[in-house]
Design a protein around this ligand. Structure first.
Ligand code: SF4
Ligand code: SF4
Length: 704
């Protein structure tokens, strides 16, 4: 063994030891500061996510050009790590090479893969540097992102590729021979070395080798201190993410309000978040894809989901050294510091301690205004390439604001009170809940049971359909469709209450559980199995979140239900009407929460005689929220442009004759938007479109 090998082994051991120390420190921070969370289930979905989103990079490729550059760097890392291992091992075991045990053709393919990916990664790095330094896209600015850090890392990756290729080129120049076809980059560069002496070539080879090996070790140890920690955490984060199977996507976490010993509900600090939320914060690449898609942010509100993640990480890094005992023993208001604080006092100054213990995530890092600006649209979650759930943190902080501190915008107080007293967010008489159906011969469940009958489905009308004048017409239209298809259905009438979703999204879990449990009791009493509803919020809440409280039903959105009726030929259509161009607006709770994108479009295509569907630039999983979700329906929009106006402008710009929706909340927001733009383009729910095409006498207005 040479002196060089001995020195390298010493450097390698120190570098790996330092990295291990930092890795265990970060894991310790996450697990001892964060609350427990069982992520052991859903293995099949997790593996699928890991393969598709993690290895396949499907989410990052949603933004094609920069996505491809990043994906190339990721795939390059995977392939080149094999070569890096060979280089590092050769520093420990003199003369080591995979050629020692790989058959010749396989080794040739391996060298080819290394060379090609080194070139691809180099090209991707050059383009990303150009983009960051020259183009400066908007989404890479703001939120005090670490741009210098990104440039430094990109430069380091570029240097790694250059040293890899120069190492290969020097080797090739020293030992020219066959196989240049498998080493195209090394071969090309070696031609430039043609006139150099063997001693110079050996010097280039040694400098390249040391340069590459040391860069790898510096890179590895820089990661824990940089936003590029995601290089290590993004795959585990994707595997452990909120899985996307039915019933779990977008569902808020269960909260046991009667759990013994629990004194804090929701989260005011990182100590009350779950450890997975903290892993999310480690994994944020600061790419800004979430913020660029956020309807609140792009209309000038103070919310940026990227900032939520950056600030969560910063707060964790401020508190965790104290909380876990790295800086000795301190009292903390939210955390049992007992066993973790093992008096490893490291001379941290008093100001740092005072400030860290006096701060908290809520208020000091994330303000109330940011939290209440969220529409719960999930655009941020869907866009995040490393499967972070920013909305989870927003929801937990909202819960704490409401349940622990009774802090919420004053204008939602009447909605809370009305939900509690009247079972709906508006102060209508619960006795009028079924008035929309007067004269339609629609039985309630109680009436049907009294007759000894059972319906095929229960039509869950929802508060909008029951009380809002415009939405009542949608309820009527859908009931006409059901009657035309001869579906035996019933409604709950006065026994139906708000599903509780607005209360839950606005942080009032007590109220939510009260309403949900009442509804579950009613549904179970009637033995309801299948529910159909025209409201995506009812659809999501009853179908995906009631199971947390023991309510298990098959819930079908009316778009899917009507599509099936049309497919089965159960609706008599008149086939009349002029050719129409229709722009459909995707509801967040139907689309991003439940992946229902095609059914409303198919319903329009199948029911209208001649229709051209046109799409606004933001559509399907990228559709822009109407601005009503997350309880925003009941809050004033004081800052920036109105979200519904922004969305309506996009829809009107398609030039469509008709705007179509499949959600009563979207109906209100888009109609208001149309009015604000002084436009006379009509807005219809898909049920109204279908009802307008029925041959049977219909009380619904004809679509144009
Ligand atoms: S859920 Fe929607 S509104 Fe809320 S932070 Fe995410 S993108 Fe913004
Ligand atoms: S949360 Fe996700 S999408 Fe948003 S900046 Fe971080 S990595 Fe990018």
């Amino acid at each position: 063994m040479t002196a060089g090998h001995a020195i390298f082994i010493a450097v390698l051991v120190i570098a790996l030891a330092f990295f291990s120390y930092n890795a265990q420190r970060l894991v310790r921070y996450m697990l001892s500061v964060g609350q427990p969370d069982d992520r052991s289930g859903g293995v099949a979905v997790r593996i699928r996510n890991l393969l598709a989103i993690g290895l396949g990079q499907t989410k990052i490729l949603r933004d094609p050009l920069p996505g491809m550059m990043h994906a190339l760097i990721f795939w390059g890392f995977v392939v080149l790590t094999v070569g890096t291992a060979e280089i590092l091992i050769s520093g420990v075991v003199p003369g080591f090479s995979y050629a020692m045990f790989l058959p010749g053709p396989l080794y040739a393919l391996y060298t080819l893969s290394q060379e090609l990916f080194a070139l691809l990664v180099l090209a991707a790095v050059a383009m990303l540097l150009y983009r960051r330094i020259v183009v400066k896209p908007r989404r890479l600015q703001g939120d005090r992102v670490h741009s210098g850090d990104a440039i430094f890392i990109l430069a380091m990756i570029g240097a790694l590729m250059v040293t890899l290729i120069s190492l290969g080129a020097a080797e090739f120049a020293l030992h020219p021979g066959a196989g240049s076809i498998f080493k195209p980059a090394s071969f090309a560069l070696s031609q430039a070395f043609g006139a150099l002496s063997p001693a110079s070539l050996e010097a280039i080879r040694d400098v390249s080798w040391w340069g590459h090996a040391l860069l790898v070790l510096v890179f590895l140890n820089y990661l824990p201190y940089s936003k590029h920690l995601h290089v290590i955490t993004s795959l585990p984060n994707t595997y452990l993410s909120n899985t996307s199977g039915p019933g779990v996507k977008g569902a808020m976490s269960y909260m046991d309000l009667e759990a013994e010993g629990v004194e804090v509900f929701g989260a005011a600090d990182v100590t009350q978040l779950q450890w997975k939320n903290l892993l999310d914060s480690y994994s944020c690449t600061e790419c800004g894809r979430c913020t660029a898609a956020c309807p609140a942010n792009l209309t000038g509100k103070p919310l940026s989901p990227r900032k939520i993640m950056i600030n969560t990480r910063q707060r964790l890094m401020e508190l965790a050294p104290l909380a876990t005992g790295d800086f000795g023993e301190f009292e903390h208001p939210h955390l049992d510091m007992g066993e973790g604080a093992d008096a490893r006092r490291q001379g941290v100054d008093a100001d740092t301690v005072t400030s860290a213990l006096g701060n908290r995530l809520l208020d000091n890092y994330i303000t109330e205004d940011e939290l209440w600006a969220c529409t719960s649209c999930r655009a941020c979650v869907v866009e995040c390439p490393v499967s972070i759930d920013q909305l989870d943190i927003i929801n937990e902080l909202r819960r704490n604001l409401v349940l622990m501190e009774s802090r919420f915008p004053p204008e939602i107080q009447p909605a809370f009170e009305s939900m509690e007293r009247n079972g709906s967010p508006w102060a209508f008489d619960p006795g009028d809940r079924a008035k929309w159906a007067d004269g339609m011969d629609i039985p309630t469940m109680a009436e049907m049971v009294e007759r000894g009958e059972r319906p095929e489905v229960l039509f869950w009308v929802g508060c909008m359909g029951s009380f809002d004048d415009r939405a009542k017409k949608i309820a009527v239209a859908f009931a006409r469709v059901l009657q035309a298809a001869k579906i035996k259905f019933a409604i709950l009438g006065q026994e139906e209450k708000c599903n509780g979703d607005p209360a839950r999204r606005m942080g009032n879990e007590y109220l939510y559980q009260m309403l949900a449990r009442d509804n579950i009791e009613t549904l179970d009493r009637y033995g309801v199995e299948t529910i159909v509803t025209n409201c995506p919020h009812c659809f999501h809440q009853i179908g995906n979140e009631y199971p947390q409280l023991g309510g298990n039903y098959e819930v079908i959105h009316h778009s899917t239900f009507i599509e099936k009726l049309l497919e089965d030929g159960r609706l008599p259509l008149n086939g009349e009407g002029r050719a129409l161009t229709v722009a459909y607006h995707d509801s967040c709770y139907l689309g991003r929460y439940n992946d229902v994108y095609d059914a409303p479009r198919e319903t329009l295509k199948r029911s209208l005689p001649v229709v051209t569907l046109v799409e606004p630039p933001r559509n399907r999983s990228r559709g822009l929220c109407c601005g009503a979700g997350g309880g925003r329906m009941w809050m004033e929009e004081k800052e920036g442009k109105r979200i519904n106006v922004e969305r309506t402008e996009e829809l009107l710009a398609t030039g469509a004759d008709v705007l179509a929706v499949a959600c009563p909340f979207c109906m209100t927001m888009i109609r208001d938007g149309v009015a604000a733009k002084d436009s006379d383009v009509p807005v219809y729910d898909i049920a109204e479109v279908v009802a307008g095409q029925l041959t049977a006498p219909s009380a619904s207005p004809r679509t144009p």
